[in-house]
Design a binder for this molecule. Structure first.
Ligand SMILES: [Zn+2]
Length: 316
């Protein structure tokens, strides 16, 4: 029996669940160090050695290399090539990628293109999972098989990017994942975008979102405006901050739950949508940018145009 099940306190659970052979990890991750522009030469050889050692210790297991790098490594073409060649030549069966604080919405064209270049280089030999990615990575996964991007991860409503050194969470805000924008935006902005479609349930479901959560709200609340308002419900909370009394519109538990479920269904759709043409996705993103620019401003929709441009470009 595997090691995990030997612990006496666990045995009853396996017995209860009728599990004869307890869960085995599908993938082992070799120990790793975070690599920056100024430290990579210390850590890269060690990281590669750890993969070798893990492979020797567990020759029959899938051993993945976790590659945690700073964005500046992506901005130095020679370094990017050197690091990706080393990873390609490693003993790893695959790669988990974490680029420090790499927000695909905020990244410039160069960074986005170099990210694709990194995937392309490593992907020639190894399967890659991006541990913190947004719709941009999902689009790459679906339309660029040559990149070998096998998976994209994130949490529910968070974790589409993540800094290596954690920062404070800040105050929770009501945010609505606007499907056509593939982004969470302030509830107030979402209302402005959705307003023309709140005249009827059909308009809303046809033009804003028809996920299970939205269908449920629209079908059970007579007024579409009231139904949509469920995403933005909050209660005022007053507290003192730096000698000031601040009143803050804190999302209710119910509103938060609606937002999370709506986000989840939208991600489910994004992952499962049968689109394999980068040009088709780029066209949709450009269409959304044109449609919403008037309300969100050029800066607010700029990332859609950047994504579209990079998706249309051939790499490698
Ligand atoms: Zn929805």
């Amino acid at each position: 029996m595997p090691q995990q099940a030997v612990a006496v306190e666990d045995l009853k659970y396996y017995k209860f669940a009728g599990v004869e052979d307890a869960v085995q990890p599908r993938i082992l991750i070799a120990p790793y160090f975070y690599m920056e522009e100024t430290t990579w030469d210390h850590w890269l050889p060690l990281n590669l050695e750890f993969v070798e050692m893990a492979k020797q210790l567990a020759p029959n297991q899938n051993v993945f290399m976790q590659v945690v790098i700073s964005k500046d490594i992506l901005l130095d073409k020679d370094l990017l090539l050197h690091v990706s060649e080393s990873i390609k030549g490693s003993a790893a069966d695959g790669v988990f990628l974490w680029i420090d604080n790499f927000d695909e919405q905020e990244a410039g064209l160069t960074l986005l293109s170099n990210y694709i270049q990194l995937l392309f280089n490593i992907g020639k030999c190894k399967q890659i999972f991006n541990l913190y990615g947004s719709y941009f990575s999902i689009a790459l996964m679906k339309t660029r098989p040559e990149l070998n991007l096998a998976g994209v991860c994130h949490g529910l409503e968070y974790g589409e990017s993540r800094p290596v050194v954690p920062v404070g969470g800040g105050l929770p805000m009501s945010k609505f994942y606007y499907p056509a924008l593939h982004a969470r935006i302030r509830y107030e902005d979402a209302v402005r975008l959705a307003r023309p479609y709140l005249e009827s349930k059909e308009l809303y479901l046809g033009h804003v979102c028809k996920c299970d959560k939205c269908r449920d709200l629209m079908n059970n609340i007579v007024s579409p405006e009231e139904a949509f308002a469920k995403f933005g419900e909050g209660k005022p909370i007053t507290f003192q901050r730096r000698n000031q009394i601040v009143t803050f519109h804190y999302p209710t538990e119910e509103a938060h739950d609606h937002c999370v479920r709506h986000y989840m269904w939208n991600k489910y759709r994004e992952f499962n949508e049968d689109i394999r043409e980068a040009g088709e996705i780029a066209g949709q993103l450009e269409g959304a940018a044109r449609k919403f620019e008037e309300i969100l401003g050029a800066t607010g929709v700029n990332y859609l145009l950047k994504w579209a441009k990079v998706l249309r470009k051939k790499v490698g």
